[in-house]
Design a protein around this ligand. Sequence first.
Ligand SMILES: [Zn+2]
Length: 570
Amino acid sequence: MARHLITSAIPYINGIKHLGNLVGSQLPADLYARYLRARGHEVLYLCATDEHGTPAELAATKAGKPVADYCAEMHEVQSKIAEGFRLSFDHFGRSSSEANKTLTQHFAKVLDEQGLIHEVSETQMYSKTDGRYLPDRYIEGTCPNCGFDSARGDQCDNCTKQLDPVDLINPHSTISGSTDLEMRETKHLYLAQSQMKDQIEEWIDTRVDWPVLTTSIAKKWLNDGDGLQDRGITRDLDWGVPVQKGDAPWPGMEGKVFYVWFDAPIEYIACGQEWVDAGKGTDWERWWRTDKGADDVRYTQFMGKDNVPFHTLSFPVTILGSGEPWKLVDYIKSFNYLNYDGGQFSTSRGRGVFMDQALEILPADYWRWWLLSHVPETSDAEFTWESFQSGVNKDLADVLGNFASRVTKFCRSKFSEAVPEGGTPGAAEATLIADMTAKIREYEHHMEAIEIRKAAAALRGAWVLGNEYLQEVAPWTTFKTDPEQAAMQIRLALNLIRLYSVISAPFIPDACADLLKAMQTDDDSWPTDVPAALELLPAGHAFTVPDVTFRKITDDERADWQQRFAGTRG
Ligand SMILES: [Zn+2]
């Protein structure tokens, strides 16, 4: 038994995420957490909402709510949806928590003591009417390049030219509409990432087992152009962690907050404290402090490829730069993008399926299975309704669901609703057991390596073996001449249903819980010894015929959904 710390990239607070977001971090992390728990390991799986920064302020303004209220409400919404998808976080925290505030201020203090923080003077647009500095997205004006009249301070959406707020013609504040703007000097704190370059590179070079996708992105950022750059860690905003040196003021930094990229990853650690504060755990330091037991912990992070630079460089700079014994990540599993039906998912255009909508039309397991078995591991992947329909109908309904249904119904009609006795296993059973053992070992191997598509294929393979066995021995035919032999075949098949419900649960937890319940057992022990696992339900053990485990998606539904999710969420 080992100890595993797992985090998935923390979703930003401003709205409900689409399936592409889900499959790129939280869902695979949940799969891994469930698998490790099923194997008897001690697991702490943490996630949180990322709540600070300008986009949260903008979304709250749009919703007509104070930003703190908006974030509290959206956290509830995201928690409920996560529960709907059966994401088994040990805690789902908030980056706006007291714990994260204190810890972020602590890191800033120790990084400063290590000589890794310096002040930089820069100029930024200030609105006298609003009484505040305006982040780039809060400024609009006419594009000097194409004449578009609603170009943002950072970019023109019409001609895509990257802009500086001073480039805009007739700039105005998007908060008040005021044109009374001026460039003012302001001071910000910078994290000296460049000083840490060699140390970070040395550390990455020791991560020999990382996926190529992860290390290649990290190396590019370390070495391309001028290499790893120092980075501003403060902003002139109201919403965020106030800039302090620990619990002491930071002279010259009054009224400023830490930049969201700095405090967000620290929430991974703070979330452990929140987990304890919520009464769910007793000791977070044994997971996070190498001087307090975390040396034995294996820490795995899950994220989309766009998040790799922060997790391989910026957050490790914070950790290593502090000189304190915090746990560093051991393995980073990163993902490519999931596209949607010939294009991209688009939050702004409402294109694609969003997490809440998905649960309205089908149970979580249907989505979990398709998404995980098509996870964008080695390249981008694409969601199409045809592929989704086929994955659900073939794998879940025809293979797994049909097996459970056929076996239990046949037993009820020819024997009873109890495991039948009699008969002697022969060559066909020996072959099945050998093949099943090999397939399950293969599945375990892929799950341990977090090779998710391969694991899904091995699991599907295990389901297929059961069906092939049934086809071959045909108990419905055997029964006519040798009922005892048919009883033995069905006894084995009923035990296979229990075994499937155990090994498949990390992918499709609800259906597996139903199957286990139908088998009237709560023995969900892992089939380390496959022959023994297939004799676990003895003759005479009662069961019930499960309700339809998986229904098929019709062509009409598919066509309907395809149209409904083509764009403009309404
Ligand atoms: Zn333009």
